[in-house]
Design a protein around this ligand. Structure first.
Ligand SMILES: *Cc1c(COP(=O)(O)O)cnc(C)c1O
Length: 351
């Protein structure tokens, strides 16, 4: 039976996150988490936190975290917006900046949350096909639009676009906000951060979920002109001031200050990724070159879906989408060397 109130419901098709299995004896290479623990300095905060402080509201400006990020990236605190994961940050950015009648542009193969946010906020959008080898064609973004967003490196392809290409897109679009989603930038790409002083309409978004091993803590941040950040804070403070809890703020700040640990673990992931490229090639996989913490691979003879299922039977989880254009690819997150060796052994069996 249908009721009239249902006519007034905001109906949406939600984003489907990667599976978080309950079993613990599995090898989890399906959601691009970092296989190494977060900085021991964050661990210390957790152990020493006095629970009595929970009585109080957190600092709505997350000052300790914003200040640590400002120091790390050589910015003013007023150029940084923090949120509960970059999903929160990007969602606020969509609401704040994409209010045109013209469509927001993003690639057809990309992070599958973008179209969901566009739908929930009733923002028109247009997806732009990637070209050969999952590359962005800059010319496609020199058209009227209400905003632009793409990840660099892209997800789920892992392809990194050189900064000159990124800048050409920003330069061609002074009338809209351009968001570069740099969730994977620390794994070998070159950040667009250096361009924010040159382009007032450029927003660079990063996260603690991948390179900083803190997906469960939910910390993301955006960097841009003071003007952009002020507009985002106005929207955020119109919805919910206290989004980030105090423990998260402190752990995040300590993790940012621990540059040495960060460099060490990122270098390890990169080394394992480069080894994985060789192993996967030898097993008959092809993939675009990855500058992220995952590889988007397709096998020369065995369908991706069959490999996905055979791996799952062996308790190895990778990501598979039964969607046009990418339904013969597996996205394999980079785990520890041991985990990857178990994956290669399983693949040798399956193939
Ligand atoms: C993982 C990811 C995010 C979201 O990360 P959070 O955990 O919400 O910080 C955003 N964009 C892309 C492309 C991602 O892969």
């Amino acid at each position: 039976m249908s009721y009239l109130w249902e006519n007034n419901v905001r109906k949406v098709t939600p984003y489907v996150p990667g599976e978080q299995p309950k079993e613990t004896d599995i090898i989890k290479l399906n959601t691009n988490e970092n296989p190494y623990p977060p900085s021991p300095r964050a661990d210390k905060i957790l152990r020493e936190y006095e629970s009595g402080r929970m009585r109080l509201y957190p600092d709505p400006d997350a000052t300790v975290l914003v200040d640590a990020l400002a120091e790390r990236y050589g910015l003013k605190p007023s150029q940084i917006f923090v949120g509960v994961g970059s999903d929160d940050v990007i969602s606020v950015a969509f609401m704040t900046f994409f209010n045109s009648e013209k469509p927001v542009l993003f690639p057809d193969i990309t992070y599958s949350f973008y179209d969901v946010w566009a739908d929930v906020y009733r923002i028109p959008y247009k997806t732009i096909p990637l070209t050969e080898g999952f590359r962005i064609n800059v010319e496609d973004y020199k058209t009227e639009n209400g905003g632009i967003i793409f990840p660099n490196p892209n997800a789920p392809t892992g392809v990194f676009e050189p900064l000159e290409k990124v800048e050409e897109i920003i330069k061609a679009n002074p009338s809209s906000v351009v968001i570069i989603d740099e969730a994977y930038i620390d794994f070998g790409g070159e950040s667009a951060l250096g361009l924010i002083d040159k382009y007032e309409n450029l927003l660079v978004v990063q996260t603690f979920s991948k390179s900083r091993s803190m997906a469960g803590m939910r910390i993301g941040f955006a960097m841009g002109s003071e003007k952009l950040i002020k507009y985002m804070n106005d929207v955020k403070f119109s919805i919910n001031s206290y989004t980030m809890n105090p423990i998260t703020q402190l752990c995040g700040a300590e993790a940012v200050k621990d540059g040495e640990y960060f460099d060490k673990t990122v270098a390890r992931v990169i080394a394992t990724r480069e080894r994985a490229k060789n192993e996967l090639s030898a097993l008959g996989f092809t993939f675009p070159d990855s500058k992220s913490n995952f590889i988007f691979a397709s096998h020369k003879s065995k369908p991706a879906k069959e490999i996905f299922e055979a791996l799952k039977e062996r308790k190895i989880f990778v990501r598979y989408w039964n969607k046009p254009l990418i339904n013969n690819h597996l996205r394999i997150s980079i785990g520890t060397d041991r985990e990857m060796d178990r994956l290669f052994d399983a693949l040798r069996e399956i193939l």
